[in-house]
Design a protein around this ligand. Structure first.
Ligand SMILES: Cc1ncc(C[n+]2csc(CCOP(=O)(O)OP(=O)(O)O)c2C)c(N)n1
Length: 658
């Protein structure tokens, strides 16, 4: 601390913090040039007044989500400099043990819910954190920072729409440095339109001088007060300058020298110093603040450099949680006959009743009760705070689920059709799937996404796909496909109880199909295949709705004296390798059947695994049968020509046996 009492302590303290950030950024640049840091870094020099002003207006318990250019936000949030610097240097002592690096650091224990290296990806997550705050009645607000370029992202639009619809306590803080990487925002958005454009959504929006921490603090304080009063989100366009280029090696060949010089004129640090001097602050107090910043950053750098590289033996740790062995407890429990759809409803009802942290949302799921009626009655029973309709905004739905899961909720989000996941995959693949790994198991994204998929008579190419292989490819996600009413119930309850992000692909053609459901059986863990039919001559591995056609085929084969076992894998992640092994070693012949297109389908993965492990023992090469690589047509006659029929499955089985 300075020994000289400054005349304007508030600005002085803000200056000290800005100085620490600037010094930190300058040192990062040097460490990158010295190859201590690997990869690109994106520095916030010129933008310090925004995080510093914002955090000066926020409370200890509020939340921050940052742009990838987020070192300043992390520091202002209170992330210790040494842990942050070690993270940027990819060292073991980093706040994420070197898993996040410069652009993806996260330290929720310091209210800093992470940078986001996907431009615009943080905004929907901020919605989810705000939803958690709203539900928990904490009065917390969430500030999310992003660049001018991010305002053009669909996720940003969706997040603003969602925040308005739910009156979420979010502060959308746009740091407009006039450049989106190497393209000026003026080339994309005519005129000074970012706040005006945001205002068009119908939320308070204003332009703020982002080089003045006091102006930022005032604007954020007013926005936070509105949010805490239940008045919903605010959009702040903070005008800043970018002093060190887009990234460390950017020489800004695309920018005019005059423009860069004009930016330097607006540098917030000389401006604050000038103001402090004008207000009579002792020059030596300013020099002391600068020296303190140097000393703090020196200590952080020494700490970071003293830390070892992360242990390579830990590289595969914390992808997903461990799973308890599956006891198949349903075998002895009493059962009730329910449709597959009602089994889902009952699972949701029980989870909402038993777990106060669960919330259910999606398009048309609350008042209308879902387009298939699966969520009917749940709004009345559990109320609009926990069961609600969303905008038609899949990225916002999934991002809200991620954010809410990060802060103590167990969201169950419905995506009406599996095909619609494709417009929002970022939130599952780049966001949810990374949470456990990035935080080394200290945070998880305990969310469930329910959707339904597959071909039904008349469904078109955009409402027919089977996309499970796409998601089973992604480490960090659980993927299940219930094929019976019992599994629609039990797998959903297992997914809700699980701490990792689970995607359940239900089947709308199975919704009306009845089955016995053990409602009061002990909860299952995720994972675990089920043998639907025993057999010795051949193993047919399958899942989802097509298993019923497979069972027909197995029945027909039995008529020919062929004993085909049918194993319903149920979960592709975690995969029940042990059950597959047991069956393969018994039959030595394998056919995989799925409804998805053959190329890159999960059958390819199974055939490869089985071949790798059992090449020498197998009596025949493992085979797979799926829909051919064709888009799905709407006409039932064309659909039927493509779907695996019982006859085609039986023929494929005979070929394996021959
Ligand atoms: C979804 C996505 N698209 C593109 C990129 C590549 N990219 C990284 S930063 C950036 C520019 C972002 O500009 P802006 O939002 O204005 O932030 P600023 O760089 O000004 O801080 C781009 C295009 C990315 N990381 N994510």
């Amino acid at each position: 601390m300075s020994v000289h009492a400054p005349a304007t302590p508030q600005l002085f303290e803000l200056y000290r913090e800005m100085r620490r950030i600037r010094t930190f950024e300058e040192r990062c640049l040097q460490l990158r040039r010295d190859d201590v840091i690997a990869g690109s870094i994106h520095l916030c020099a010129g933008q310090e007044a925004v995080p510093v002003g914002a955090l000066a207006a926020l409370e200890e318990n509020d939340r921050v989500v940052a742009t990838y250019r987020g070192h300043g936000w992390a520091i202002a949030s209170g992330v210790p400099l040494d842990g942050l610097m070690a993270e940027i240097c990819q060292r073991a002592a980093g706040v994420n043990g070197g898993r996040g690096g410069s652009a993806y650091a996260s330290a929720p224990e310091h209210r800093f819910f992470g940078e986001n290296s996907i431009v615009g990806g943080g905004l929907p997550i901020a919605d989810g954190l705000a939803l958690a705050a709203q539900l928990q009645g904490t009065g917390r607000v969430v500030a999310v920072s992003f660049g001018d370029g991010a305002t053009n992202q669909g996720a940003a639009h969706e997040a603003i729409v969602m925040a308005i619809a739910r009156r979420l306590p979010v502060l959308f803080v746009c740091e407009n440095n006039e450049w989106s990487e190497m393209t000026p925002i003026s080339a994309i958005v005519p005129g000074d339109r970012l706040a005006a454009r945001a205002g068009g959504y119908g939320l308070p929006a204003e332009v703020v001088d982002g080089t003045d921490p006091i102006a930022v603090r005032a604007a954020v304080a007013a926005a936070a007060a509105r949010a805490r009063a239940g008045e919903g989100p605010t959009f702040l366009e903070c005008r800043v300058v970018r002093l060190l280029g887009h990234y460390n090696a950017d020489v800004e060949h695309y920018r005019e020298a005059e423009e860069r010089a004009a930016d330097r004129e607006r540098d917030p640090l000389p401006r604050a110093r000038h103001q402090l001097r004008a207000e009579g602050v002792d020059e030596s107090a300013i020099a002391d603040a600068d020296a303190d910043a140097n000393a703090d950053v020196d200590t952080a750098v020494s700490g970071a450099l003293a830390s070892p590289q992360p242990d390579p033996a830990t590289a595969a740790d914390h992808v997903v949680g461990a799973v308890a062995p599956d006891a198949e407890s349903t075998r002895t429990a009493a059962t009730t006959s329910l449709t597959y759809a009602k089994a889902v409803t009952e699972a949701l009802r029980r989870e909402l009743a038993e777990r106060p942290d669960t919330i259910l949302f999606g398009e048309d799921i609350a008042i209308p009760g879902g387009v298939f009626g699966v969520t009917r009655g749940l709004l009345d029973e559990f109320g609009g705070a926990r069961v609600f309709d969303t905008p038609i905004a899949e990225a916002a739905i999934l991002g809200t689920a991620v954010g809410a899961a990060l802060d103590g909720c167990r969201p169950i989000a419905e995506i009406m059709w599996g095909d619609f996941l494709l417009v929002a995959l970022d939130q599952l693949v780049n966001q949810a799937a990374n949470v456990r790994y990035l935080h080394r198991g200290r945070r998880t994204a305990s969310l469930v996404v329910r959707c339904q998929q597959g071909v039904a008579p008349g469904s078109c190419a955009q409402h027919s796909q089977s996309l499970e292989a796409l998601l089973a490819h992604v480490p960090g996600l659980r993927v299940g496909l219930p094929g019976t009413a019992q599994d629609a119930y039990a797998m959903l309850r297992a997914a809700v109880a699980d701490d990792d992000p689970c995607v359940l692909f239900e089947s709308r053609v199975l919704y009306p199909r009845k089955g016995d459901v053990a409602l009061d059986a002990p909860l299952e863990p995720v994972g675990g295949a089920r043998l639907r039919r025993p057999g010795d001559d051949l193993a047919i591995l399958t899942w989802g709705q097509v298993q019923h056609t497979v069972l027909e085929a197995a029945h027909a084969l039995a008529g020919d004296g062929i004993s085909a076992a049918v194993l319903d894998l149920r979960w592709l992640a975690p995969l029940d390798d042990a059950a597959i092994e047991r069956l393969v070693t018994r039959t030595n012949r394998v056919l995989v059947v799925h409804e998805a297109n053959v190329t890159g389908g999960f059958g390819a993965e199974l055939v490869a695994r089985i071949t790798e492990r059992h090449f020498d023992e197998l009596d025949a090469p493992p085979a797979r049968l799926g829909a051919p690589d064709v888009r799905f047509p709407s006409a039932p006659s064309l659909q039927n020509a493509l779907l695996p029929s019982a006859r085609a499955i039986a023929d494929a089985a005979r070929t394996v046996l021959a």
